[in-house]
Ligand binder design. Sequence first.
Ligand code: NAD
Length: 269
Amino acid sequence: MEYSLKIKGQAALVTGANSGIGEAVAIALGEQGANVVVNYVTHPELAQQVVDKIKSTGGNAIAIKADVSNEAEVQAMFQQMFAEYGTIDILVNNAGLQKDSPIENMSLADWQLVINVNLTGQFLCAREAIREFLRRGVVAERSCAAGKIICMSSVHQVIPWAGHVNYAASKGGIEMMMKSMAQELAPKKIRINSIGPGAIQTPINQSAWGDPDSLKKLLTLIPYGRIGQPEDIGKVAVWLASDQSDYLTGTTLFVDGGMLLYPGFSTNG
Ligand code: NAD
């Protein structure tokens, strides 16, 4: 049986792609021959490094600045992408942030920032991608599907997280947004799924792995015994964007080294 990812030539947009998981996903898609948009909001030099890395492996990439929570900037980013690559086949809704504090101290501004970027940002980008998927429809030489969206969620769409109420709420929201869009658009051959990472070693959670004591504590939550790497997510995202996963829609794939297996119960049930 031929096993081809058939990503080559497809146009992919990865939000928040100048750091961590988004960077690894953009590079993994580029390695498969996708035309990649590396979205960023700050640090253009880091976005350029990702573009250069993709080009050095023979891929094709451009960097586009946009704040995913800003409707006009998102629309301008999609227009720039269409001018460059003609269309979009794959959207990876990855951009996200944390603003942690005990609930009694959480400001409305910090609540809104996290919801605006993590949830509304995914809605705004998904809507633009879906408009183009619906306009273009299925092009058999490109993909079985009219388009694929991957929403970066988290194990915290399932696991409550004290001190991170805004973040956990944003990820819980992504689950129902993703499933409802998937239900609405499956008849149009648009596939929408999420990835739920566990603990992945990136700048967002440096406090959890940056010193030996914190890392040791973190590892008690991970049955597989290691912290995840951004590439662990990149590989899954490529598969989820490919026709190899053509019958998947409305699903969250947890990539977490078993974090959702409730390891605290392994000796204390
Ligand atoms: P990161 O901080 O390395 O990357 C986040 C990216 O989002 C950065 O490029 C940042 O500039 C970008 N971003 C932030 N606000 C933006 C905005 N308004 N517009 C555009 N881009 C913006 O962190 P990461 O770990 O790579 O996180 C990527 C995604 O993975 C996030 O959605 C995060 O919630 C999710 N996630 C991460 C982990 C983990 O353990 N690292 C676990 C579960 C889920």
